[in-house]
Write a protein that binds this ligand. Structure first.
Ligand code: GAL
Length: 695
């Protein structure tokens, strides 16, 4: 479903480099050492506006001319970041109207980064000029491989409260609703007398007594911010494309909130890149838990990236301990972990992995954000590991461009994502189920794809997945219901959880019985509902003889005639009422579950759908090992990743070539601590077909 326009043709390594942080005499040696250690690309420039325009309107290119020239000479490819995340002091001092603001109107000042408004016409104008200057200068440079737009759009903040944003929001609302009557109706402004009688009264969020403003306005605000950021990126993309060679790609890095990353990628980029810091998952203050997913949990984020862009790149891959002077963040990668994390990215679809950063900066906010090299530049264990990783990638080249083969899909959409960011009742369910489903899928060795559902998604695209989970689609539209119906009729299994169908596109509650527009599909009605009470034990249901947790929130269901009750609640005042139902439609079925999908619940339900160990004909592996299947041109590879400091023993049921060890393996296979192996599966197509039928 993605229309990605650029793909790397080799697995390769890169690194983030800041020529402005080092004396020029160090450049040549740095570039030589990168090459010696298997690094062929550098990402530069994204915070270096003043090196190009030190004074308003005076563009000087000597600095980057020299650096780009050296890269061309040394055969290093360059990804150039447009420097719009950090405007120069002269700009914001002369034009405070470009600055982003706190909700109370106080402006964010020069001193950090990402402190501008993406709706400020003045800022857009300065961005247009600097991006044009850089694009004209380097768009055809022999060293240039690609452009990175800005840096991590919406990362530092996704809240924009500048005057310019307020004004742009009014324009956006006028375009969306046409009349104030329509806006008042959509936002339910009659509540608390919010009714607007003139467009000038419409604002983005401002300080209020309760601080809880109209949620329907907030939902539109998220859509507005997403549109604004996409327009900001599109402005740059158009300039970059106009002035560059055909083969130069355009990307940006990271996936952040209040942003339709699918639209961003489709409309502005050739390929998406992501910033992968798996140790963020640890959290320094968290108690050690041997069962926790920790860095393995980062695979969930990588699954999100591949949903946006299946063959992506990593622009910043964690290579050292992390922190700023005011943030103590993450420990050093253990020996082996740096490669494990890079291969985790590769396993999930990255064909290019660039480390953050070549050398730790001895000054500035990020003095503790360690790169490959330490301040003293000596060859250390991390650099040695990068070199050995580059040798590993050489052995894995056949994997480049291979597709992820998922056992099932998890549907999502931006209306519900934005709504869950605002509505804590929604968020609680969404977060718990996302985690539960991910952990269950990891432990069952049944990887999933995250699948975007839009009003115009073809049902056929969904049929690639025998099972689709759509955990809590509170917001539902008639168009999406009919796509889901077609998917089910043609043989799909659709599983939905509590509160489905509760809201309309504006985030207002629908007034028909629950699950609203989905009722015909589920063949159920929600009779009653409640939060799981803290005064009672965790509620549960019985599925045959098995106990099925029904945590967090319970929809108490009744089943229409023809809808089968698979499980009934067995606790609380609604004991005996249906908790899980099945309705057969055409060749498929809809499972309606009244609660949230915890790890154990998701595990049981996925097993019920035959998704327990889908690779068991080829391999059995302990729960501690992640398994990923990729395929390309009739060939398949199984990637096994061990995130633990202990070795893990897997069993190959068919003889396979192990690409990293270079051996042919059968029977027991030991993965060393933090070890990875890639198995080329034999017998290509037949087994795949057999497997598909079973799923
Ligand atoms: C990223 C950012 C980098 C650097 C890094 C470490 O989010 O893109 O510029 O700040 O984090 O803090």
């Amino acid at each position: 479903m993605s229309n990605q326009r650029y793909q790397w043709d080799r697995l390769s390594l890169g690194v983030c480099y800041y020529p402005e942080h080092w004396p020029e005499r160090m450049w040549a040696e740095d570039l030589d050492r990168m090459k010696e250690n298997g690094i062929g690309t550098v990402r530069i420039g994204e915070f270096a506006w003043s090196k190009i325009e030190p004074v308003e309107g005076c563009f000087t290119f000597d600095f980057f001319d020299r650096f780009m020239g050296l890269c061309a000479e040394k055969g290093i490819r360059v990804i150039f970041g447009t420097p719009t995340a950090t405007p120069p002091a002269w700009l914001t001092e002369a034009h405070p109207e470009v600055l982003n603001a706190r909700m109370d109107g106080v402006l964010y000042r020069h001193g950090g980064r990402k402190h501008t408004s993406c709706n400020s016409p003045v800022y857009l104008d300065y961005c247009r000029k600097i991006v044009t200057a850089i694009a004209e200068r380097y768009g055809h440079h022999p060293a240039l491989a690609g452009w990175q737009i800005d840096n991590e759009l919406n990362c530092e903040t996704a809240d924009y409260y500048a005057e310019a944003d307020d004004e742009a929001f009014r324009v956006w609302c006028r375009e969306r609703y046409g009349s104030l009557d329509a806006l008042n109706e959509a936002w339910g402004t009659v509540f608390w007398n919010l009714t607007y009688t003139d467009w000038s009264q419409v604002h983005i969020q401002r300080p209020t007594v309760t601080n809880a403003v109209n949620p329907h306005m907030l939902l539109d605000y998220s859509r507005f911010i997403s549109d604004s950021v996409i327009r900001f990126a599109a402005l740059q993309a158009e300039i970059l494309r106009k002035h560059s060679r055909e083969d130069v790609f355009i990307t940006t890095n990271g996936l952040f909130g209040r942003l339709d990353n699918h639209r961003l990628t489709d409309e502005c980029l050739d390929v998406m890149t992501y910033d992968s810091y798996p140790n963020f998952a640890y959290g320094l203050d968290r108690a050690f838990d041997p069962k926790a997913m920790n860095d393995r949990g980062w695979s969930r984020a990588l699954t999100e990236v591949s949903s946006v862009c299946p063959h992506f790149g990593i622009m910043e891959q964690q290579s050292g301990p992390g922190g700023w002077y005011n943030r103590m963040e993450s420990s050093a990668p253990r020996p082996g972990q740096l490669s494990l994390w890079a291969l985790q990215s590769v396993a999930h679809g990255a064909d290019f992995v660039s480390f953050f950063r070549w050398r730790t900066c001895p000054f500035g906010t990020e003095i503790y954000w360690h790169g490959i090299l330490d301040y003293d530049s000596r060859t250390n264990r991390r650099l040695r590991e990068v070199k050995s990783l580059s040798g590993k990638l050489d052995r894995l080249q056949e994997l480049c461009g291979a597709d992820h083969a998922a056992a099932f899909g998890v549907l999502h959409d931006y209306d519900n994502q934005f709504d869950a960011d605002i509505d804590v009742w929604h968020r609680r369910l969404a977060q718990a189920s996302e985690e539960g489903i991910f952990e269950a899928s990891q432990r069952l060795h049944a990887p999933y794809d995250r699948v975007l559902l839009r009003d115009d998604t073809p049902a056929e695209a969904l049929l690639a997945y025998p099972v689709l989970m759509y955990p809590h689609p509170l917001i539902m539209t008639a168009e999406r219901v009919s796509i889901l119906k077609r998917y089910v009729e043609k043989g799909g299994t659709l599983i939905m959880g509590c509160r489905a169908g509760l809201k309309d596109i504006h985030g207002r509650m629908v007034t028909q019985p629950q699950p609203g527009l989905l009722r015909e599909l589920t063949g159920t009605t929600v009779e009653d509902f409640t939060f799981a009470s803290i005064a009672e034990e965790t509620p549960y249901a019985m599925l045959g003889a098995q106990r099925l947790e029904t945590p967090v929130f319970n929809d108490v269901l009744t089943a229409d005639e023809g809808t089968k009750v698979l499980a009934r609640y067995a606790s609380s005042y609604y004991a005996g009422a249906p908790a899980l139902t099945e309705k057969l439609i055409g060749e498929g079925r809809v499972l309606h579950f009244g609660a949230v999908f915890s790890r154990e619940t998701a595990r049981l339900l996925l097993s019920l759908c035959g998704l327990n160990e889908p690779f068991r004909e080829w391999i059995s592996a302990p729960e501690e090992v992640e398994l990923v299947l990729r395929r390309k041109g009739g060939q398949r590879w199984l990637i096994a990743l061990n995130y633990k400091p202990q070795r893990q023993i897997c069993r190959l049921e068919v003889p396979c070539g192990a690409l990293l060890s270079g051996e042919s393996c059968a029977g027991a296979f030991t993965l060393p601590p933090y070890g990875v192996e890639v198995f080329r599966l034999p017998g290509a197509d037949e087994l795949l077909t057999a497997r598909k039928e079973k799923l």
